[in-house]
Design a binder for this molecule. Sequence first.
Ligand SMILES: [Fe+2]
Ligand SMILES: [Fe+2]
Length: 311
Amino acid sequence: MNAVSPAAATVDRYARCIAASKRVRWDLDQDVIRGRGFDYTQKFLPDGLSLAPEFTVLTPSEQRIVSQIQGRTYANVFGLVERYIAAKVLELSRDYWFGDQTALEAMVRFGDEELKHQALFRRIEALAGEEMPPGYRFDFDPDVVARAVLSKRGWAVLALTLHIELFTQAHYVQSIAEDAGLSPLFKDVFLFHWKEESQHAILDELEWRRHDATIDAAERDAGVDDLIALVGAVDGILQAQAKADAAYFLAIAGRSFNPAEREAIAARFLKAYRWQHIHSGAQHPHFGAVLGSMVTPEQMARIQAALATLA
Ligand SMILES: [Fe+2]
Ligand SMILES: [Fe+2]
């Protein structure tokens, strides 16, 4: 017979997140960057994420440039969303100011790590900017995006957050770690990021389930609508960035492309960004299991139908 109560098991999960956070903790300069820059003869984002081989109108060296542009954007998108994640985590920590000091410590460490990650991604953008030709743009204000996300129901915000922190890990384990041809600095950034994200996803799930237990069916149904709206907002960002990145690629490629080729390049950028930031997470088995344990079949079908419009 298991003598541990569900409540005690939950407390233990926060404690284990603290222990893991202490064990893997890294320093941005000493452990990750180590005085290095990027090597532009190497890929940044692996093929499994950039879908570079699907840019069939491009040569292998042009496909490498695509992986570098996408890798730069990949880091910037994390820097962008982590602004709202850090704010959300600090907001949730209020529930533990008095009482469960273990959960409070776990949430404070989570927030602290996301602040460090944002600093890491700003450094990556600066290092990429030193080497790549001018003209790259990433024109989103993280505060504006964070305010828009946090204006939605907490249920939807926590759903989006678990989705992001699960796909972050899946991307590292399934694609980034596996690809031997990547820039060592780029690979290390996402190795160290993954180490701290593992705890975040556990905390996201605990907090999402805790929140879900406090709301009624009508509030959850409205949360499903908010989640669909948030995914649509993410897609709006991806559409704008895919357009910007395709234009940047065409400007630095050093040769001209016909209209059909230009259209194909822009379409592949958008397909890759939707795969990275929407579909790979939506298809994550654990995300599906947690979401499925909370919503009705009708609500799940509504979410799937919304995702299908972004295919
Ligand atoms: Fe992070
Ligand atoms: Fe995180």
